[in-house]
Design a binder for this molecule. Sequence first.
Ligand code: CDP
Length: 226
Amino acid sequence: MLIPDIIIAIDGYSSTGKSSFAKIIANEFSFLYLDSGALYRGVTLFAIENGFISDDNTINVPGLSGALENLDLHFAAGGTFIGDRCIENEIRSLAVAGKVSPIATVAEVRNFVDRKLREFGSRKRVVMDGRDIGTTVFPDAELKIFMTADPLIRAQRRADEMKAKGMEADMEDVLRNLQERDYIDSHREVSPLTQAEDAIVLDNSHMTMQDQLEWLKGIIAERFGC
Ligand code: CDP
């Protein structure tokens, strides 16, 4: 299937399978995949390790904002790195998940991540997933998808994914974490999680990845005529 040079923005709730879907899309259409959540998670790991966020999630905003100037956070070889250290597994832990949404409320953190995302997006043929891609980062994205699914199904999928990676995952902890993140993400002042007016909703509670791809191909054929 042919697809023009566009930006595909995928936003939605935690653990709705945005990144898995985005990877499949990237593979199917030879697009570049960018995981904006990985950058927020990377900043969070950096903040934890450098004492910019306390146990009760109080954030030293001036300290963190200043330190971001020298933070070399980037994607390489399909993973997330700080300098030459691969942080891909650490950023998926519940320790990071428990602090990422507070960190993502900080305007300076959002500017830092947005700058990186826009640099990548300038080349088009990009699929990006997050919370505010279609509303704030790329409001002109040609195709916007808003993903949602039943919270219990989401928690089960995330727990299975963590267990498959050899990480500990208690269903209740995972469910609580994703509900907390959904709440903070939807209620924050800067770029909250909301559905863009021109986004198409995808509830994948009872869909396989193959179903989702067929659904998307139907939309692409309709929109772009190929
Ligand atoms: O994989 P999952 O959907 O659980 O989360 P993620 O995409 O890795 O994002 C982790 C967290 O980063 C979210 O809960 C948000 O707090 C924040 N985030 C954001 O604020 N804006 C984005 N564009 C992407 C992530």
